[in-house]
Write a protein that binds this ligand. Sequence first.
Ligand code: COA
Length: 372
Amino acid sequence: MVCEFKPGLDGVPAAQSSISNVDGQKGILEYRGIRIEELAKKSTFLETAYLLIWGELPSKEELALFEYEVHQNRRIKYRIRDMMKCFPESGHPMDVLQASAAALGLFYSRRDLNNPVYIRNAVVRLLASIPTMVAAFELMRRGDDPVRPHDDLDYAANFLYMLHEEKPDPVAARIFDVCLILHAEHTMNASTFSARVTASTLTDPYAVVASAVGTLGGPLHGGANEEVIRMLEEIGSTKNVRPYVLDCIQRKAKIMGFGHRVYKVKDPRAKILQNLAEELFAKVGYDKYYDIAQEMERVVEEKLGPKGIYANVDFYSGLVYRKLGISTDFFTPVFAMARVAGWLAHWKEQLVQNRIFRPSQVYNGRHNANYV
Ligand code: COA
């Protein structure tokens, strides 16, 4: 059977999955059938990760054990720290994370994929180590030693602690935890597809996560939240917003933080993030870039709303991260910290009914060319 070529595989199902679901017309996102708004209100990142990876919400005891295991595995091996110290300070933290996630796999016996203990340990180790590696590089590139994980702090609070060397405000920590929930999974996006393709070769989960991290780094995917902040800084004031937007439209340039392959209304995560940003500004202080962002959303909606282009998850996440003291080039690694839950859920799901990915192509090159 010859199928029609669809650039970007637009609309072509790449897997059957019960992990998450998006209704792009209604602006609905569900993880294992539970609406994202509900999880943002009631769950924690680790509980949500458990839900995504094992398919059901954990009991109290199951959650306590899972949290304990993750907390026990937060320290990274000194060889990994030493390796990271050799990376150039100017290297992008996503590249550092990709290399470090792959290096983690060097320490553990490979590919015991039929063993539930191997699967559980790999899940725990990746969820536990990635925040430590991300925070470590931020300190190392400034010439400082990494901060050890804090035994009394939960997942989100501990990350902020390792980044700033002080215990975070509980409201800020909770807001950050909700950000992680919102970024944990999002159906068959580019990095998840990449994770599933890699998983389908039956390689190890560290390679799966490393390949997904590499894919997430691009500006059309996870990298957009960095670009949003740079754009807001370049615009500089609300009066410059309209000319900026009109100029982009005229040049057919993409406006960062807007548009989505699936959502044709405002991304439900952007709505929650906007509320979180307001909550955070009320707690720790006003941000002038929020005024610019709101004006931008108004103008883009006016001009591009009729084409189904609205704010996506990356539009407000950067403002929240900035206020939490996270450096701009660490926004995407923070996204990866959360999305590792989704990638691991897809890895596990792929293994259940695996068939190696091997799509076809439409050859449009030459034939019988001369070798001269
Ligand atoms: N700004 C301006 N115009 C946009 C736009 C944006 N952010 N996103 C899409 N469009 C326009 C395109 O120019 C195109 O217009 P045309 O039909 O007149 O040529 C139309 O909308 C369809 O765009 P297309 O690139 O085919 O959509 P897509 O589904 O392939 O792309 C994205 C989706 C996310 C890659 C795209 O919207 C984008 O690049 N957004 C900015 C980056 C971003 O925020 N990424 C994070 C996604 S969560």
